[in-house]
Design a protein around this ligand. Sequence first.
Ligand SMILES: [Cu+2]
Length: 273
Amino acid sequence: MIGTYLKTTGLALALGGWAGMAAADPSLDLVGPLADYKIYVAENTAQLVADAEAFTTAIKAGDLDKAKALFAPTRTSYEKIEPIAELFSDLDVSIDARADDFEKAEADEAFTGFHRLEYGLWEKGSTEGLAPFADRLMADIHTLNERINGLTFPPEVVVGGAAALMEEVAATKISGEEDRYSRTDLWDFDANFAGSQKIYDLLKPLIAKQDPEFVAKVDGNFAAVDAVLAKYKEGDGYVSYEKLTDADRNLLSSKVNTLAEDLSTLRGKLGLG
Ligand SMILES: [Cu+2]
């Protein structure tokens, strides 16, 4: 591919071999966006550590109201990096799994993490017995934060992750399964969209010239999702998921499905196969 490029364009030779190589090897174009994305992930895990400290401290102090108030905002930085959760799938299970993933559901000892705490705070209405789960969550989050630095970000995982997360939102999250006890799902949606859009935005300069229609369509769908969510904003966050009307849920669902489909073509567009 490099050879063909240099043979057919004398200009590339005049400009030097590097320009030709950059054009021929898509993975080189991805170096910058991937480095920027890694910074984004590191910023979010650092924020997650700080927020989770406050959240778990409130739980261990027995401050139910404060713990409940901090639950959704603490989760947002985790939900923003969810496109690449498969790179730390063991921690994703202990940090963010749902009760249905376990044989004995809520009563299962292996059920830990945010949703185990959410269950205690909302369903049980108490911080009692939650300290060990708070400690475990904090330990897992510290491990995640430490691991991020040494993690390799394969381009196909990052690029594919943006689409996969939109698929997950459309297939399961839209039903309200994630935050079933607290009904704070819209906070997570917002963070999931932001996290997928971040990846898309970093890659956009690589595809904007060759495919302006695609870019316009995806931009439009992200904007449409934002417009629906904007109706449900309250303070720094969102109203209960129960307030989402059927019409808006259907609209969100169709936009998210389209986003999932469109973003799933990014790998091919970027030559990642
Ligand atoms: Cu999640």
